[in-house]
Ligand binder design. Sequence first.
Ligand code: GLN
Length: 191
Amino acid sequence: MKVGVLALQGAFARHVQMLGDLGVSGTEVRTADELSDVDALVLPGGESTTMSMLLDSSGLRDEVADRISGGMPVLGTCAGMILLAAHVADGRPDQRSFAAIDIDVRRNGYGRQVDSFESDLDVTDLDEPFHGVFIRAPVVDRVGDGVEVLATVDGRPVLCSQGSVVVASFHPEMAGDGRIHGRFLDMAFDA
Ligand code: GLN
C-alpha cells in the first residue's frame, strides 16, 4: 500500500516520515502521475489559500477531486482540513475546497492571541490522550449529521470523520505519536 502526501506546500515532510515509521510507503505527490500511484492521500497543514492556488496551477485539482469521489481514503490536517471542508469562512474569495466532508470551518478561527496552542485530547477509541499541536488552526463551526466527531476542545470538534475522510484541526505529525495516522491507515486498508 502506498500513501501519498500532497507536497505542493506546507508541512508534508513529517507526514512522509511518520508513515514510514508506521511501516507504509509514504510518497510525496506533486503531479497527476504521482497521484495515480497512491492508494490514499494526506493533505498536510500549511497555508490553504496557497495550496488551493497550487492545486489549480498544477492541474491536480480535478484529479484529486475525482479520486476522492471514487472513495480514496484521505486525511486532512489543519490546512488540509480546510481543503476538505464543505464550506470555508474567512478564506480568500478565490479559495476552493473539495467538500469531501460535511463540516463548515473558519480559517484562523482560534484568533490571533491564541493562534497556536497545545492540548491533550481525549480521542474516541484511544486509551491515552493524544497531544494536539494547534497552529493557526481552523475552528469547526458546523458538523453534518453523517459526521463522527472523534475529539473536541472546549466543546468544538477538532477531529472528525465521515466515510473514508478523516480531518484534524491540529498537526498529528508533530506529536511524535503515530496513533492518528495509524487509525487512518487501519480505516483505509482494513475496511
Ligand atoms: N491558517 C492556515 C490556513 O488557513 C492553516 C494553518 C496550518 O495548517 N497550520 O490555511
